[in-house]
Write a protein that binds this ligand. Sequence first.
Ligand code: ZN
Length: 76
Amino acid sequence: MEQQPELYGLNQAGDKLIYNFGVYGPNASHHACPSQKANQEYVSESLRWLFTTLPQLSGVQLETGDTGVCQCQLLP
Ligand SMILES: [Zn+2]
């Protein structure tokens, strides 16, 4: 997202959704816009890679919390 900042989720003021929860050390959490097709494809490809690489997996928890809900004008 640093290379494609248009993929960030945005708050109501239009600022990028970047939070430092203090649980990852000095690393901040960067939230992507879920309505961007490129982000949807990234998640899909990531899951495809995961299950291809580790075929013994029987499931995965894909979390989407209510922290940093994108407020942009794109519709899913
Ligand atoms: Zn969005």
